[in-house]
Design a protein around this ligand. Sequence first.
Ligand SMILES: [Fe+2]
Length: 192
Amino acid sequence: MAYTAKDYNNLIGMEGFSDTLLKNHFTLYQGYVTNTNKVLDTLSEMAKGGKIGTSEYAELKRRLGWEFNGMRLHEFYFENLAGKGALSKPGKLGKKLAEEFGSYENWEADFKGVGAMRGIGWAILYQDPASGKLINQWINEHDVGHPAGCNPLLILDVFEHAFMIDYGLKRADYIAAFFKNIKWEAVEGRMK
Ligand SMILES: [Fe+2]
């Protein structure tokens, strides 16, 4: 079954995010969905046609991680936005963040620091279900660097398309705007 691009127009009007920036970002996301479907279809056709051993098949197979994760990470990112209000510190996630990082504030400083790292990519708060540990992870490209088996809780897109239209090179201002709009109930709901 083909993947369908989800509608995130509910994000339009979010403080600190212009309509132009969001609409461009939605279009980019839709491209990942289209390409995920294309790559999966082509791979399936190639497999049926006896082309599994070819370099073309191998290269397309490598590409799938880029397209699929580009699709899915954008969904997680959009779905952890348009929230109102701060994290409930006595709640499940608030407690866990304080336990793992010493305080919520320590976690926030670390996560923002990861997001501000030079280069394009993603900052992701992961939960390792095997140990319960929380990890702020830098993902350089969609297809590499994800800790195996971990559960992404909070996703911040720091590719330039995510902020340059509104903020130019002021990435810290974009990250501050992102923090004002986190939908904490969605983030907490992803905990296992
Ligand atoms: Fe993006």
